[in-house]
Design a protein around this ligand. Structure first.
Ligand code: NAD
Ligand code: ZN
Ligand code: ZN
Length: 412
């Protein structure tokens, strides 16, 4: 089958048609992927920002159809549509039991040699390997979704949408009326903007050096969009010089984390969504760390529980409260993936891809209509009443939230 392989850090993605995949084994599910988004984290594996064992088949933002289930898998069936989650979710560790499955201690344990190329073992990148026609993951890494959700939109829920929206509603728990600044408005950043709009933020300032991204940011709900040079002026105008209530860093660099910190008011909250290098430092003085009493929060996968939050996000999309269609800026075939990452590395903004049928890419924002480019995935009219899984009583949609009132319930 076809898949994109990464041999070593710095090498281009290699699209091949001689990739073999075993399984599913006990407790596993085999998925025919229909779409996969292009997330900067895969570029970070390629350029060495993230240490990740190689060679691997990358890709971690995918959706598709179940084509096989292993022994012991009783609650997912062949034909089900699923979104893939890159968190293994053991269900037993202190994080899973404590309502923080995004931090499950088994993270990374699913980076297994599931593929073979030329007789050599090749790892499943981030445990998911969605840049392939088919993949095998543990049952806990698929979330069944109603069959009427277009799979190329559902794929984006697998990372960028959940991370961006979750950063606002789960990690930061932004209150209505807040002022928010978002530093970095790529595929994840525009979802932070959407999340801030959902949470009722009064001002949402988008910061990105690429002016071409500003229109998209405004379209997703930003009230202002500027380059980094324009931020001090806006900070004065919007916050009276005090600083923003919330700052989201969605780039992953020391200087942008500093920008987010400096743009936040005393006792404000900074959320680091960008995933940066392990071998560089961000300078903070001891004085400022105590004096400003700011909260500096990390954010893995939007502090989400995929079982709860994927269906929630799709509900918000159905209700017209979240824009998924607008996240697709281009549709690509798997063969075009190396070019997409090269464009992302040049800062041109990548986006999303779907195959077997066609391709789409998340990223630059407001995009050509989904059906306007390339062969399209058949789209059924939306059935807002009931899904196949609901009617069989096996897909209940979401798990209960822990820790008090759901921030989603504050959405106006
Ligand atoms: N925390 C998580 O769980 C998680 C999940 C997914 C992605 N990520 C990370 O989030 C980051 C963003 O991912 P993406 O897919 O949106 O990437 P992207 O390349 O689409 O977007 C990055 C954006 O940052 C902008 N930018 C660059 N320099 C900037 C600066 N000085 N000031 C403001 N903006 C600047 C770029 O122009 C671009 O629009 C990456 O580091 C990625 O690895 C983290
Ligand atoms: Zn991602
Ligand atoms: Zn766990």
């Amino acid at each position: 089958m076809r898949a994109a392989m990464l041999r070593e850090v710095g090498a281009p993605f290699e699209v091949r048609d001689d990739v073999e995949l075993g399984g599913p084994g006990p407790g596993e599910v085999r998925v025919r992927l229909r779409a996969s988004g292009v997330c900067h984290s895969d570029l970070s594996i390629q350029d060495g920002t993230f240490p990740h064992p190689l060679p691997c088949i990358p890709g971690h933002e995918g959706a598709g159809e179940v084509v096989g289930v292993g022994e012991g898998v009783a609650d997912v069936a062949v034909g089900d549509h699923v979104v893939i989650s890159w968190i293994p979710l053991c269900g037993r560790c202190r994080f899973c039991l404590g309502g923080r499955p995004n931090l499950c201690v088994t993270t990374g344990s699913n980076i297994l040699p599931r593929f073979r190329v030329g007789g050599e073992p090749v790892l499943a990148g981030m445990g998911t390997a969605t840049f392939a026609e088919e993949t095998v993951v543990g049952r806990e890494c698929v979330v069944p979704i109603p069959r009427d959700v277009p799979l190329d939109l559902a794929a984006l829920v697998g990372c960028g949408v959940t991370t961006g929206v979750g950063a606002v509603v789960n990690t930061a728990r932004v209150e209505p009326g807040s002022s928010v600044v978002v530093v970095g408005c790529g595929g994840v950043g525009v979802n932070v903007i959407q999340g801030a709009r959902l949470a009722g933020a009064a001002e949402i300032v988008a910061v990105d050096p690429v002016e071409a991204k500003h229109d998209a940011a405004l379209g997703f709900g930003a009230t202002h969009a500027v380059t980094p040079a324009g931020l001090p002026g806006l900070l004065r105008d919007v916050t009276g010089g005090d600083g923003f209530d919330y700052a989201f860093e969605v780039v992953g660099r020391p200087e942008t984390i500093r920008t987010a910190w400096d743009a936040t008011r005393r006792a404000g909250t900074i959320v680091v969504v960008g995933a940066g290098r392990a071998d560089v430092q961000v300078p903070f003085s001891p004085f400022e760390l105590f004096y400003f009493e700011r909260r500096l929060l990390g954010c893995v996968y939007g502090s989400a529980d995929p079982r709860r939050d994927f269906p929630m996000i799709l509900d918000l999309w159905r209700a017209g409260r979240l824009d998924l269609e607008g996240l697709v800026s281009r549709r690509l075939d798997l063969a075009e993936l190396p070019g997409a990452f090269a464009a992302m590395a040049r800062g041109e903004g990548a986006s999303a891809a779907s195959w077997s049928c066609s391709s789409s890419r998340r990223g630059r924002g407001r995009s050509p209509a989904l059906d306007s480019e390339g062969p399209s995935i058949p789209r059924k009219p939306l059935d807002l009443t009931v899904s196949v899984r609901h009617s069989r009583g096996q897909w209940s949609g979401r798990a209960p939230r822990s820790g008090g009132a759901a921030p989603w319930s504050r959405v106006p």
